[in-house]
Design a binder for this molecule. Sequence first.
Ligand code: KG4
Ligand code: ZN
Length: 347
Amino acid sequence: MIKRSLFTSNEVNIGEGYDNIIMAIESSCDETACAIVKKGREVLSNVVASQIKTHAKYGGVIPEIAAREHLETINPVIAQAFEQANLKPEQIDAFAGTAGPGLVGCLLVGLNAAKTLALIYDKPFIGINHLYGHISANYLNTDIKPPFIALLVSGGHTQILNVKSHSDVEIMGETIDDAVGEAYDKVARLMGLPYPGGATLDKLAKDGNPNAYKLPEGKVDGYNFSFSGLKTAVLRLVKSFDGKDLPINDICASFQECVSSTLIKKVKMALNETGYNQAVIAGGVAANSEIRKKMFELEQDGIKVHAPEMKYCTDNASMVASCAYFFENSYDEIDTEVFSRVKNKVK
Ligand code: KG4
Ligand code: ZN
């Protein structure tokens, strides 16, 4: 499906030389994705091949299997992205790929494909940090500009970010143990729900009482988070029913209430500290109904809130292309290597 926005303004001067049409590839985990985006906002094509079915039977992503499947899928996905956009490789101004963080074997497939295209067509190559990519999903088909506070919640990451400008992003805090999505998936699993359980847990929570069980909020200073204690508390609670008449809806709703209120509390703190009047949400868990609801309630306090379209919340390559356009401090050398973890940890 070709998506075209009406956005035409050249609002920034960065990216000169490759500021028009960027093709990006994303393969950091279990999605093989390729997209073509114009001026960082206008999605010309967005192709995502998900491996969820492959990994569901193992209850989680198996890195070696994921890397092999990326290898099989990458060429058809790239071909489809050109076809959807009705463009030829010669018409692309730069090729971008996710350099990290992620699964090394998986990242290598996408990053090397992007590098190869850049070399063949003699165009710039841009390596991208996946996390900044998630934030950039907010720029797609919108006119949103920094500064803002971003709540990044995915299967691998949980961060509060101060996005001062397109290229100046400060990590204010992050999880010290499990990521939010990871906590959702683990709690879902211990209640016998299939992987990845986040969305199912969210659905079950809608028919439950969020105040049925008082679960412990991770007590962490500042903007950091901890979800492992909460996960253990849910495990104990589930075990206490000994497999009989598990009040699954109430447990899901109570867990969801605890997670969402913790996250929003810290978003509010960050908004107060910075004095910003804009907040965005990003990452796969941005699909969560209660987290979204609580985020949008901030609008009652005069905060402008934005969440990307669902297809741009979960892993995709349009967000990577947007980041390549807007984020000046990317890895532009062709010998850029993949990396599994974020280098710039919270001080
Ligand atoms: O961003 P993403 O697609 O992949 C990573 O980069 O991790 O996020 C996937 C995560 C999974 O843990 C999945 O369970 C979770 O997002 N997720 C949800 C919901 N939809 C997806 N978690 C809670 N509620 C949802 N509605
Ligand atoms: Zn992601």
